[in-house]
Ligand binder design. Structure first.
Ligand code: KIV
Length: 279
């Protein structure tokens, strides 16, 4: 059957909400794909979830290519998109073409995502013109964390909201096939969704978008330290992991693991050895 294309996504969005989940390695990608998500996003959130940074700014293009290649091995059905990291596309459209080209050709992504609205419109148009589908990202754009004064909801005031709406209209006009709406009041996201014909995918943007995205680690409950309001945890992977590792440690210390069932025998049966644990 193959992976969903941008055309498939447009068709699907006419009748149901799109589901996008991040993944950073092949195992996670297989889970997301098996769960029936429409889009797997190799987010530059990898800088926080996997690398342990406080923001996404240190993530390099080489690292994004590497993680995209890992994820690509696990995705059979969903559409695969990958983030262009900080400074890999903002300096010039030529940079953007080369960087996006690497995520597609070396990483195996079908499209790229980049942050920014009206100021990125010309770059989006260039990418689309050479055949690289672009998912845009407006509102709270994490790569601008310092300019925003932190990870702050955008568009709360009338003038800010007008700016976010202008950004969304500009990226659609430039040819983006979809746009992520992050960290904004739900009525602003609703208005943008109504005004745009491309699907909007929300995160911290309320229920009225054409789709929703969550970071895989957040929805699985992999980090109990991180509990922002826009996240819903559907599992407690951290609790389950620590409990399993505790059990393993206890069994190693008590000699309950490994048993003979977890061990290998020589032909002809075991020989006597001077020291046998638990023997
Ligand atoms: O990097 C990321 O994971 C993202 C999503 C949160 C939209 O950009």
């Amino acid at each position: 059957m193959g992976r969903l294309t941008t055309l498939d996504l447009h068709r699907k969005a006419d009748s149901e909400r799109l589901v996008m989940i991040t993944a950073y390695d092949a195992t996670m990608a297989r889970w997301v794909d098996r769960a029936g998500a429409d889009i797997v996003l190799v987010g530059d959130s990898v800088g926080m979830t996997v690398m342990g940074h406080d923001d996404t700014l240190a993530v390099t293009l080489d690292q994004m290519v590497y993680h995209t290649r890992c994820v690509a091995r696990g995705v059979a059905s969903a559409h695969l998109t990958a983030d262009l990291p900080f400074l890999s596309y903002q300096v010039s459209a030529e940079d953007a073409l080369r960087s996006a080209g690497r995520l597609i050709a070396e990483g195996g992504a079908q499209s790229v995502k980049l942050e920014g609205g009206a100021p990125m419109a010309a770059t989006i148009a260039r990418l689309v013109a050479i055949g690289i589908p672009v998912m845009a990202h407006v509102g709270l754009t994490p790569q601008s964390v310092h300019a925003m004064g932190g990870f702050r909801v955008q568009g709360r005031s009338e003038s800010e909201a007008e700016g976010v709406l202008r950004d969304a209209l500009a990226v659609e006009e430039a040819g983006a096939f979809s746009v992520v709406l992050e960290g904004m009041p739900l009525d602003l996201a609703a208005e943008i969704t109504q005004r745009l014909s491309i699907p909007t995918i929300g995160i911290g943007a309320g229920p009225h978008c054409d789709g929703q995205v969550l970071v895989c680690n957040d929805l699985l409950g992999m980090n109990s330290q991180f509990a922002p309001r826009f996240v819903k945890r559907y599992a407690d992977f951290e609790g389950a992991a620590v409990a399993a590792m505790n059990e393993f440690a206890a069994e190693v210390r008590s000699g309950q693991f490994p048993t003979l069932e977890n061990s290998f025998q020589r032909k002809g049966g075991p020989r006597a050895v001077s020291r046998l644990y638990g023997g």
